[in-house]
Design a protein around this ligand. Structure first.
Ligand code: ADP
Ligand code: MG
Length: 288
């Protein structure tokens, strides 16, 4: 499903006697079906508020969203069919696991959407397989017995069990150890391709965003301050630093090499294999 936002505006009603405004202000986006977009910005920049508009948990006070065939504005009603299509993985989604067995946790959402019998079973099985969770071995186990990484996978599987067409991942790797994090990112890439999903990936980690996404929106104070193809956005090192965001690891390494006078080229992000090859070339004296 494609997603279009036109001047989406949502201001929180807070009375803190300051002139500060909190929320999102006139956000416009155009996301084609099957794209993975990254949303970056420091804490409080409005990323989660924006994401919660995609399945109409918040309705825009001004402007509108067009999600597939659904138009969402301040007067929208009957959003159940939209919510079937937009899977939301919130921060620390495992906090929302509550059933006694993994099967029941995964069944909760699809049952609410009216699935039962074989259809329900195969939705759950498919979601677990996609998350590399062994259906037979795990379905009757308690989600509480699992490791942090496994719990996170179950929580994401419970969203996939509803067969969404859009997947919103709000800081999906927060708090995971490096190995679980890499496993999860690789899984998300293959699921995205297999299910042909449109993905919104919210992250603090610039390397993850560089790795996973094609197009990036950078937010600050509830506004989009920079957007573009991932390679283009990460060329704006100084802008990203001014916004208190990091730069991909490769860019940091290239910067150090440049400061030491052993690298002259541009500070573009690159995959670690390419970075290693470049450093090997420098060592062999091929980069002059
Ligand atoms: N329920 C709320 N009531 C009032 N202010 C809120 C609420 N939720 C978030 N905010 C404020 O809105 C801004 C954007 O928050 P949020 O969308 O959570 O940002 P992010 O996900 O980028 O950290 C922040 O300043 C935050 O404090
Ligand atoms: Mg957030």
């Amino acid at each position: 499903m494609a997603v279009i936002l036109e001047n989406v505006y949502y201001k929180y009603d807070v009375d803190d006697n300051t002139s500060e405004e909190y929320g999102i202000f006139n956000i416009s986006m155009k996301v084609e079906q099957g794209t993975t977009v990254g949303i970056i910005g420091k804490t409080g920049s409005g990323k989660s508020t924006l994401m919660q508009h995609l399945n109409a948990l918040y309705l825009p006070q001004k402007g509108k969203l067009i999600v597939g065939d659904f138009v969402i504005d301040k007067k929208s009603k009957d959003l159940k069919n939209l919510r079937k299509k937009v899977g939301m993985v919130f921060q620390y989604p495992e906090d929302q696991l509550f059933e006694e067995t993994i099967y029941n946790d995964l069944a909760f959402g699809p049952k609410n959407l009216g699935l039962s019998g074989d259809e329900l079973n195969s939705a759950i099985k498919g979601a677990m397989e996609d998350m590399e969770l062994d259906f037979e071995a795990m379905k009757d186990r308690s989600p509480y017995e699992l490791s942090g990484g496994q719990k996170r996978k179950v929580a994401i599987a419970s969203v996939l069990a509803m067969n969404p067409e859009i997947l919103v991942l709000d800081e999906p790797t927060a708090g995971l150890d490096p190995k679980s994090k890499n496993d999860l990112l690789n899984l998300l890439i293959s699921i995205k391709n297999k299910r042909n999903l449109t993905v919104f990936f919210v992250s603090h980690n610039m390397d993850d965003v560089f790795w996973l996404t094609e197009y990036v929106y950078v937010m600050c104070d509830g506004r989009i301050v920079l957007e573009g193809e991932v390679n283009e956005v990460f060329k704006e090192n100084q802008t990203l630093k001014d916004l208190d965001l990091g730069v991909p690891f490769s860019v940091e390494v290239l910067e150090h090499l440049k400061n030491r006078g052993i690298y002259e080229g541009p500070l573009h992000p690159m995959r670690l294999e390419s970075l290693a090859a470049l450093i090997a070339d420098i060592l062999r004296g091929k980069n002059d």
